[in-house]
Design a protein around this ligand. Sequence first.
Ligand code: SAM
Length: 256
Amino acid sequence: MAWSPALYLKFEDERTRPARDLLAQVPDLPDGVAFDLGCGPGNSTELIRDRFPEATLSGLDSDENMLVAAAKRLPGVTFEKADLANWVPPAGAALFYGNAVFQWLPNHLTIFERLMAALASGGTLAVQMPDNLGEPSHLLMEETARSPAFTDVFAGKTIRRNPMPSPATYVECLAPQAAGIEVWHTIYYHRLANAEAIVEWVKGTGLRPYLDAVPEDKRDAFVADYTDRIRAAYPAMSDGKVLLRFPRLFIVAVRA
Ligand SMILES: C[S@@+](CC[C@H](N)C(=O)[O-])C[C@H]1O[C@@H](n2cnc3c(N)ncnc32)[C@H](O)[C@@H]1O
């Protein structure tokens, strides 16, 4: 199923905040091209352009709809279709920035080594990935999929992403080529209107592979079942709103 820029951008402020927090830790760039990897609808690309207005900037994404939305938003920037799993980065780049994309690539440690090798000296690899597989929002997708109503649909299918490697694994992977590495977690608490808003949020990202696997005539039932579980796990506060707890892992490595 293709990505939906409109659905993704329903929570643009909340989704762009980690992009901003990541960029804030990127030092000044050497000469070379700055790449926004998994640029989506261009929200993260716009931040990079505003921070480094002099840099040559290029956005890459594998999704046609996202690229169309990004090009419309930033007519002066080059956007290209590429699958990061096998993209060969050009040598001498100033920045590889990937906000909320590498969690979709199970072999991202190998990709990070390749990106580090392609950076100019003093260039930066900056990455942010959701670390939320252990949160109710994601555990309940799996619980719904394995519930009796959907056992047949998901029999023999593995949808859940692999757990992320430890922070130490990332440091070990990047250290041989790095002059400096920062790794940290931030836990965001997003105040959303209600349980349905949490479901809308994940429909734009983590729930997509589950919905892709469910036949169309069962999709509404799947969403309804999942929503009931979310409602129980994220009780309304006194103003009726809910808090979506959202841990994210950040990595910033500067090339030696
Ligand atoms: C969650 S969005 C992030 C968008 C933006 N970077 C931001 O900060 O909000 C993830 C993007 O990664 C793209 N993506 C997923 N897998 C990819 C791959 N293998 N190669 C390139 N892009 C990919 C998706 O198409 C989507 O636009």
